[in-house]
Design a protein around this ligand. Structure first.
Ligand code: GRG
Length: 289
């Protein structure tokens, strides 16, 4: 087994190549839309969801070649969500992955279409590369109104309101957690995992998804715009409820440590085969951007 950082770099590189292959080429009409799609997906991002999908699939003996399609499908949904989230009618941001957001570099109508087209491309990639009906349904559920889009609706409605920690968690389980869960479970489904294994992986993904969000809130409060590659400190400026605003930094960090431990506990049944997901949990907890 290669060391974790070598494995991570290899999966990130192969994800970049696979995404470049799956995306329509920039010289194919309509060229401006295809250029904007490639601009929004390629050359940036940590590829956390593809990493999770590969790590989960590897538990069941799958080779990386077998996991590129589900991993990219999850990343394409993620990329679409970022493009739409940055639009003026949503989070209204100008910087993403260290470069101007899609609607700033192109225009708002193009950014809207980029999101639409990336979302449908995700399902096309999955359907054309071995995705079963349960896998397609899983991804659709995670992206839709009972998952990520629903979480975004709750988020938009929460600005300026006081939420309880339970309400905040409900929002994040949908907005960020649903796609993280889908990325893990797509890998598990591709590998033919049984119901018990999938239940433990769903439990793992639930804790890892919340951990991801708590760390995101801490970074928004503590890190710089240059380090994050997106505007820092926005949550406080926009008066958004976060783990940091509700709990304070120290308690948010304690919560992150608890979620990290619970995520790892959920991997117990997999023994050494769960090492990649365990290492990814550490990466999510310790990331600096
Ligand atoms: C527009 C339907 C719709 C949904 C948007 C996920 C989301 C919902 C918006 C993203 C806004 C945001 C900053 C959420 C916090 C957590 C998060 C998803 C951060 C960005 O994900 P990373 O850190 O980004 O994985 P990279 O650039 O590394 O891929």
């Amino acid at each position: 087994m290669t060391d974790f950082s070598g494995w991570m770099a290899a999966i990130q590189a192969r994800t970049e190549s696979a995404l470049a292959r799956f995306l329509p080429s920039a010289d194919m009409a309509p060229t401006r839309l295809h250029e904007a799609m490639r601009y929004s997906v390629l050359g940036g991002g940590k590829r956390v969801r593809p990493l999770l999908c590969h790590a989960a699939g590897e538990i069941f003996g799958l080779a990386p070649d077998d996991l590129d399609a589900p991993a990219c499908a999850a990343e394409l949904i993620h990329a679409y969500s970022l493009v739409h989230d940055d639009l003026p009618c949503m989070d209204d941001d100008v910087l993403r992955r260290g470069k101007p957001t899609c609607h700033v570099e192109f225009d708002e109508a193009t950014a809207l279409l980029v999101g639409d087209a990336l979302q449908t491309l995700a399902f096309q990639v999955l359907a054309e590369h071995g995705g079963t009906p349960p896998m397609l349904a899983l991804l659709a559920h995670a992206a839709g109104s009972r998952g990520m889009a629903g979480g975004q609706a709750i988020d938009l409605g929460a600005v300026g309101k006081t939420l309880s920690v339970e309400e905040l968690e409900f929002m994040h389980i949908h907005k960020t957690g649903a796609l993280i869960r889908a990325a893990v479970l797509l890998g598990a489904h591709a590998g033919g995992a049984d119901g018990d294994a999938r239940a433990d992986l769903a439990r793992f993904a639930g804790r890892a998804g919340l951990l991801f969000q708590v760390v995101d809130d801490i970074l928004d409060a503590e890190a710089s715009t240059a380090t994050l590659g997106k505007t820092a400190g926005k949550d406080a400026v926009q008066n958004k409820p976060t783990y940091v605003s509700l709990l304070g930094i120290a308690e948010a960090k304690r919560k992150a440590a608890e979620l990290r431990a619970e995520a790892k506990q959920a991997l117990e049944r997999f023994g050494a085969r769960g090492a990649r997901l365990s290492d990814l949990t550490d990466y999510i907890a310790e990331r600096s951007f």
